[in-house]
Design a protein around this ligand. Sequence first.
Ligand SMILES: *Cc1c(COP(=O)(O)O)cnc(C)c1O
Length: 421
Amino acid sequence: MTDKILPFSKSQLEKITETYPTPFHIYDEHGMRRYAKRFLDAFSWNKGFKEYYAIKACPNPFLMKILREEGFGIDCSSMAELVLAEKLGMRGEEIMFTSNDTPDYEYRKARELGAIINLDDISHIEYLEKHAGLPELICFRYNPGSLKEGNTIIGHPEEAKYGFTRDQLFEGYQMLIDKGVKRFGLHTMVASNELDPEYFVETAQILFDLIVELNQKLGIRFEFVNLGGGIGIPYRPEQKPVDLDQMSAGIRKLYQEKIEANGLAPLKLCFESGRAITGPFGYLVTRTLHIKKTYKNYVGLDACMANLMRPALYGSYHHITVLGKENQPATQIYDVTGSLCENNDKFAINRNLPEVEPGDLIVIHDAGAHGHSMGFNYNGKLRSSELLLRENGEVVQIRRAETLNDLFATLDFDQLNDFEA
Ligand SMILES: *Cc1c(COP(=O)(O)O)cnc(C)c1O
């Protein structure tokens, strides 16, 4: 069970909406920091352990600045994400660049910043060498194929577009050795939103076995192993968060049996987790505009799937709280909708809630990852603002809402006036 407790009260939130109109995303600094500390603490037995926050989950540099202060690095996979890292003053091995189908200019940017480059394919060794030069340290992304069961979001590894086959790893690392590369990492990422800690222990086992074998066959001494992201979060109240201590203990046991016993320690462990870091600590706050009763009952909000598309995209559950009615019985059944001209613009279908009235503030939970960042402008919807609830209770706007001028910035209306239809 996970209590869906809010870090703010109704009156606090009503006050915030006087300055910042709904809808907005608000992030809880205290919750985020506490989780970050717990994450690092769980793996403190591993010297050099690092979590590279996968910035795509919530690409707000203010949040990254907080996480960096807690000791996190950044995981980037695009030009924009590399530039965000640069703006934050992040450099070198604080940056993991895990991309795929990568254009040459992104490799050049990653090299310029001194990022750790994680290659997705064997053909990229020569591509990288040609366009950006080979760095001293290189990591490969492994796709275990049918060796490992996938999960629902990523699917079966053998059908996923990512990573090297097992044979390609041996061939690829040999190529690196021949080209004079000196330092090596190994990565995999085969799950998304996985709640079973044993899943990550199994992943570590596969990677540790490979590291032993690569050492025996090629003489490589690995510097780090990257277990990827994919740590799930309890979107539903009946789910439990991943037990980090259980996961860490399982991995530690394997580390002793496989890495230490074979003389391959020290080996730094790292993750590039995104969802678990910010997901539970972000809330979409929206106000009820209308109650509509036809064949079904609808709550119509001032937010829409442009603010949070996971329910429409994956049918995902997001918990919903009607502010001030937490203790009222959930006697009504509603579809909770936005205003897009798309019938799947629903945050929830057949959701039991207390009686909702126009004007009620609604909080949609676990919107801190793949929420604002997946926003889009279809139907001319504008992306909402992002706020940060600081540890001292202050609220800071960390991204303003888009305006119509932002939306139309790529159109030239003077050109339109001169244009003959
Ligand atoms: C998305 C992604 C992550 C982060 O995944 P989460 O599920 O948010 O933890 C990490 N690494 C890569 C390569 C990714 O694409």
